[in-house]
Design a protein around this ligand. Sequence first.
Ligand code: UD1
Ligand code: UDP
Length: 357
Amino acid sequence: MKILSIIGARPQFIKCAPLSRSIRREHKEILVHTGQHYDPELSEIFFKELDISEPDYNLGVGSSSHGEQTGKMLVEIEKILINEKPDLVLVYGDTNSTVAGALAASKLHIKVAHVEAGLRSFDRTMPEEINRVLTDHISDLLFCPTETAVLNLKNEGVTTGVYNVGDVMLDALKYNIKIAEDKAMVLEYLGLSSKEYLVVTVHRASNTDSFKNLSSIVNAFCEADIPVVFPVHPRTEKYLKKYGLWEKLCEKVTVISPLGYLDMLKIMSHARKILTDSGGVQKEAYMLGIPCITMRENTEWVETVEDGWNVLVGADCEKIEDAILNFEGAELKSNIFGTGNSCEIICEILKNISYSR
Ligand code: UD1
Ligand code: UDP
């Protein structure tokens, strides 16, 4: 079978790495990089570290408004699909690259498989929520990472082609955690001692694009009574500078460039707590058993909150400060994301389905 996989942003490279490896054992895979993320530390480093094959196509769409970015992808992906005639298009997560790939394929009557289907924040102001809902409703195979995701789809009347396969990010983490522990030098490089620092990430539009929210978050980081390390997403750097918050932040916080996956795994796994608005980082904190403080009003990863490992604090400075001091993880964890063999399960399903539409 010929599978065409579409990726374009940092978390998609990480999710694609283990699944692409499994798929290539049995199928022909064509890899398309939309170019949504293009800086070496958001793209190239993951291909190198995770041994992802060189993309067959790089669309180089770059950054622009949602409509322009998604539109450019749609035009270019359609041409490739007409040329390559794959049996199946595989898309990941909830970015503009996801919805562009799914839409281009479904209009050409090519089957679409969505990895990380069924997630909902129920917040339509999030661009990712629009991408998720649209992608799920035009997908033929919906690979859900959790039981909640299956239920969300059921509540929207989507029941055909739905499978709970666990989370491919757990496959990626399990494969790389020992390598990261042995090889990644980030703690030595930054002079950090295990459990004696916080690691933070921020890139969600609702936090970066709002002066009120971003300054509140910066104030909370600057008040922390423990060293804070902040690998900054370029979007966030741009707004921190635009709002005049950059210097203040850099005085109190260790601000660094985005990390590669191995350094990121290492720095997270030794942190006392993690603060984030990232979807992937919330999950990884749970998988690693590190308490997570999520600077959002809602989350798709509700089980992490229900299990007592994640707390939602929004962009409220006092709530963030309080959680830094007082929030501790729970005692026990469960297999909400499966057991780390999602790629195997997905490949088994792919083997047994029919591809005519
Ligand atoms: C995108 C996804 C988001 C995902 C995130 C992962 C959408 C709508 N958003 O957000 O769901 O969580 O990726 O990190 O698809 N930029 C650079 N260099 C790059 C890429 C981006 O400098 O290589 C800057 C540009 O100023 C750009 C901004 O970051 O305008 C935002 O990039 P974009 O890809 O539009 O969205 P993200 O915020 O990265
Ligand atoms: N990540 C990374 N380096 C960083 C920040 C994040 O490798 O400096 C990894 C992180 O471990 C996770 C993924 O990127 O695997 C999450 O991506 P991101 O936060 O950009 O997007 P989201 O998951 O919110 O869509």
